[in-house]
Design a protein around this ligand. Structure first.
Ligand code: HEC
Ligand code: HEC
Length: 385
């Protein structure tokens, strides 16, 4: 093809895509009065779709479809996703608790106990990373998996796991589209999101993924500090001396796993010495590898003051108890991470032996990670009347 032909083809393609874009803008942004009446009967949705895209001063953000995220919001809060219509995603991922819950182990649709503590959602890079099952947004190239043992590669995959899990929601994925189609609002929401009103398992999980990927929590006191001073390790002018002491202790003793700036963890999985014999084998339970027994996802600590109890099994009720663990409780384990062993005596666990003042300072620092705005954002809230 000659150059001018090529540029013609390119211009034609551009023209075409801008037409499609226009059509999308007109058709998809607004509801007709009739459609809106149907939506209003069951839902508190704005008459225009909310904006779910965001930009990050640190790191890349995923591109979100506003109409899919709107559909995802309704699905996320819909108890019809569970077999007996009692549990929604939000039952175990509550907005006011940074999308975690307050149980040691979450309770499923039939009152059964899940195996693990609910993970908080909304940790920026956490969700943009695996947005498209392998498209890494993390600067250092690591692709973070989902769940405590990282066995899911995308929220897409994970949503299917949650919906079909016999304890969590107990639903047969094949029957779900038919069940949802009996709600008239879904006909509209699927059409706005996908151009036609067909409901499929694929679309359900994609819309959920789109919604969860849009959770962005970047308005904590810590974020304000880092925006002003750029470097997480310097003293922040908006912090109290106690918070700055806690931050310094964190940067020295914790950041090599949990990360310095709360966007990416520095390490994906680790053993942090909870005990010698793990009832739950974590990553090793999936891979069956001895050197992965007792390894768990290094959780994001954004909003951690809201997400008690702590650890994969919810064994610690408070942040004070977590800090006490690192101060005096680390247990030896064959896979204990080297950072938690004594450098000169690696057969022994490293216990920080913090003073009361230092423990209180670490806890005060962890409280600076709370983002009140995120927990109140209407576009993430329950839309059902
Ligand atoms: C019965 C409680 C329950 C329900 C219902 C539930 N979850 Fe979860 N969720 C959990 C628990 C517990 C974990 C951690 C499980 C594990 O690691 O094995 C989790 C983990 C997750 C994670 C992983 C976060 C990370 O950092 O790895 C995401 C995302 C998530 N859930 C989204 C959803 C969505 C979307 C739905 C609805 C389709 C849903 N959950 C329904 C309890 C629940
Ligand atoms: C070697 C890596 C490593 C280091 C160092 C480390 N952690 Fe952790 N942390 C982990 C892992 C892994 C978990 C999850 C373990 C589990 O649930 O089995 C965790 C869990 C936590 C949790 C619970 C979060 C939740 O949502 O349940 C908190 C809080 C925490 N760490 C704080 C700290 C603090 C404070 C320090 C420094 C004093 C620290 N960590 C040092 C790896 C580390």
């Amino acid at each position: 093809m000659k150059i001018y032909q090529l540029s013609f083809a390119f211009a034609a393609a551009l023209l075409l895509s801008s037409c499609i874009q226009d059509k999308v803008d007109v058709d998809v942004q607004y509801y007709t009065a009739e459609e809106y009446n149907v939506l209003k009967a069951a839902l508190n949705l704005p008459d225009n779709v909310d904006e779910y895209n965001f930009s990050l001063s640190r790191g890349a953000a995923p591109a979100i479809s506003n109409t899919k995220a709107t559909l995802g919001r309704v699905l996320f809060y819909d108890t019809q996703l569970s077999r007996n219509n009692t549990v929604s995603c939000a039952s175990c991922h509550k907005q006011e608790l940074a999308f975690s819950d307050d149980k040691a182990k979450s309770i499923g649709f039939d009152g059964g106990s899940t195996k693990r503590n609910s993970l908080a959602l909304g940790a920026v890079a956490n969700f943009s990373t695996s947005y498209d099952g392998g498209n890494s947004f993390v600067g250092n190239g690591t692709n973070i998996g989902f769940l405590w043992d990282e066995r899911a590669q995308s929220i897409h995959e994970l949503s299917t796991i949650a919906i079909t899990d016999p304890v969590e929601m107990g639903t047969n994925m094949g029957e779900l589209p038919g069940k949802l189609s009996r709600q008239p609002h879904y006909e509209i929401l699927f059409r706005k999101a996908y151009g036609d009103s067909q409901i499929s398992a694929e679309r359900i999980t994609e819309a959920l993924q789109e919604f969860v990927n849009s959770f962005v929590s970047v308005n904590s006191k810590f974020d304000k500090g880092i925006e002003r001073q750029f470097t997480p390790t310097v003293n922040f002018t908006n912090f109290t001396p106690v918070e700055n002491l806690g931050k310094a202790l964190f940067m020295t003793n914790c950041a090599s796993c949990h990360g310095q700036d709360m966007t990416n963890p520095a390490m994906r999985v680790a053993n942090n010495g909870l005990e010698l014999n793990y009832a739950d084998k974590g990553v090793g339970g999936v891979s069956n590898r001895n050197d992965e027994m007792g390894l768990f996802k290094v959780p994001f600590l954004r909003n951690v003051a809201l997400t008690a109890p702590y650890m994969h099994d919810g064994r610690f009720a408070t942040l004070e108890a977590v800090v006490e663990h690192y101060s005096s409780g680390i247990q030896m384990h064959p896979n204990l991470h080297p950072l938690l062993k004594q450098p000169l005596n690696p057969d022994q666990p490293k216990r920080l032996n913090l003073s009361q003042q230092e423990k209180a300072a670490l806890v005060a620092f962890l409280h600076t990670l709370t983002d009140e705005q995120f927990t109140k954002e209407t576009r993430f809230s329950d839309p059902f009347k």
